[in-house]
Design a protein around this ligand. Structure first.
Ligand code: ZN
Ligand code: ZN
Length: 499
């Protein structure tokens, strides 16, 4: 085994080649010849003009040539640098997988350290040529062409409930950590996500602040109550606000009847308009009747099941994606009885399961991971997402759960569509070696992206995130810095993704 794979795979030793040479595009279409450029980054790494290099292309999944002589695994080209100092190799990528580009030279390394006579590179016999470096490219089939990967967090809290920082700083700190999108999914409240979006409305940023909330329905008498949690992702009106309340404290949490402007996103048209707001008692009476229609298996509780169906439906009518949050959270005991969880996932219409959350005990993420793969094996098609449920956005233990969505653009609508289409990977960075959950094809692709694309992407996000923090704090000059930075992340995507 290559020694690099015994190490943590994102460590600097692996990554250094990314800083010595650039390779682009990094993601290419299957079935189309694409010219790959290899560019030295700095004079220490320059190719020697007029020198001939051997470029071997090694597909990751075609076996070693000696062991699998009848597969397509031997490709070697002799290439001289172009006048701009880059090597260019056209290659027809014939299947979806990673392809190593390995560059060989027959010159010995230049030794800068000797005194006296210059230690000129020497010519080795051709059979002794040495590998200068390798960098990979990934080819994708048609259904992933035209889609970019966007990393984000589908479940975050702020000081508008019992979190630490205001919504706009939650967004900015998460941008610093490399996230392309966030949703401030506040308990009972939609408007903090509007506030986060509004805070950067007149500010150039490439981060997408997605609207949303954590939905909690009103408490009724025993048997007519539901304590399950749901994340509404990208909804254009508030679900929590539908359960309007009569007392001042709950009005503050949910939005006040008559001031629905704080419960609706202006500017985009939802699939259906927001229904009238009810009182908690009216809602509970309505839901008690609504629940009677379901023919349920034994062990599935009628009221919370019915409410789950209704809430998923409301999220869809509001234009969002419905996420079933942390069913294996231990809240004294498991928050949701497993037969109820199972029936909700099978029939209630949720687009995604929050497979990974921020809790570090095994039951939550471990059970949810197992649930996802068991359901996938049984033909269910909901998407896996990672939502940290963080109530604090700074500190060493932050940003350890994420979702990668494959979407046409970093916009609310495109991200919602990605979840609905299952173009999603949940990532758990809680352990030293991250865990990726989702469709096997997407996991393989995501791992390539993590090592070869997000490493570079995150640096641009960090710079933008720092300026977003300053902007949110009202510091002079922050907007001007953001204006200069804006567009770089998309430009980087267009350079690396030729699909
Ligand atoms: Zn929750
Ligand atoms: Zn939460």
């Amino acid at each position: 085994m290559d020694k690099r794979y015994k190490k943590r795979f994102l460590d600097l030793e692996y990554a250094k080649e990314l800083y010595y040479y650039d390779i682009y595009p990094k993601v290419v279409p299957v079935g189309k010849e694409t010219a790959i450029t290899l560019e030295p980054l700095g004079r220490s790494f320059a190719f020697v003009p007029e020198e001939t290099y051997t470029v071997r292309v090694c597909p990751m999944g075609e076996g070693m040539p000696n062991e699998y002589p009848f597969r397509r695994n031997r490709f070697a080209y002799s290439v001289k640098p172009d006048t701009d100092g880059c090597l260019r190799v056209p290659f027809l990528f014939f299947a979806e997988q990673e392809y190593y580009f390995r560059i060989y030279t027959s010159l010995t390394p230049w030794n800068h350290c000797h005194s006296g006579e210059p230690d000129w590179p020497k010519r080795l016999p051709a059979e002794q040529e040495r590998m200068l470096f390798e960098l990979p490219v990934y080819a994708v089939e048609a259904d992933l062409q035209g889609l970019y990967p966007f990393k984000g967090d589908t479940h975050l809290h702020s000081s508008d409930s019992h979190g630490s920082e205001p919504p706009e700083l939650v967004a900015a700190y998460n941008r610093k950590s490399g996230l392309d999108f966030v949703v401030i999914s506040e308990h009972y409240r939609y408007y903090p996500s509007l506030d986060a979006m509004d805070a950067f409305r007149d500010c150039p940023t490439e981060m997408c602040i997605v609207l949303g909330e954590e939905v909690h329905s009103p408490k009724g008498p025993d048997g007519n109550s539901n304590d399950l949690h749901y994340v509404a992702f990208g909804n254009l009106w508030s679900i929590d606000a539908l359960f309007g309340c009569n007392n001042a404290e709950m009005n503050h949490w949910r939005g006040v009847p008559g001031t629905e402007g704080r419960a609706v996103c202006a500017g985009e048209t939802p699939p259906e308009p927001m229904p009238p707001i009810s009182t908690p008692d009216e809602h509970i009476a309505y839901m008690t009747e609504y629940a009677k229609q379901f023919n349920l298996p034994e062990g599935v509780d009628r009221y919370p099941y019915a409410e789950s169906v209704w809430i998923a439906d409301m999220i869809h009518k509001a234009g969002g994606a419905a996420v079933f949050a942390h069913p294996y959270w231990i809240q004294d005991v498991l928050q949701v009885p497993p037969p109820l969880t199972q029936h909700i996932l099978e029939t209630a219409g949720f687009d995604a399961l929050e497979v990974f959350g921020g809790a570090e005990y095994y039951e939550q993420n471990g059970f949810q991971l197992s649930q996802y793969y068991q359901d996938k094996g049984n033909g269910l098609t909901y998407a896996p997402v990672g939502g940290s449920d963080q109530h604090r956005s700074v500190g060493p233990d932050m940003h350890r759960i994420a979702t990668i969505l494959f979407a046409e653009a970093n916009t609310r609508a495109a991200l919602v569509e990605a979840i609905r289409n299952g173009k999603s990977i949940a990532v758990d960075y809680l352990n030293p070696d991250p865990l990726y959950c989702g469709d096997f094809r997407l996991v393989r692709y995501a791992l390539f992206l993590e090592k070869n694309y997000f490493t570079l992407h995150d640096e641009l996000c960090f710079e933008e995130g720092r300026a977003m923090v300053d902007f949110a704090l009202g510091k002079p000059g922050a907007k001007e810095i953001l204006q200069l930075l804006c567009g770089r992340v998309q430009k980087q995507r267009e350079k690396y993704f030729a699909v």
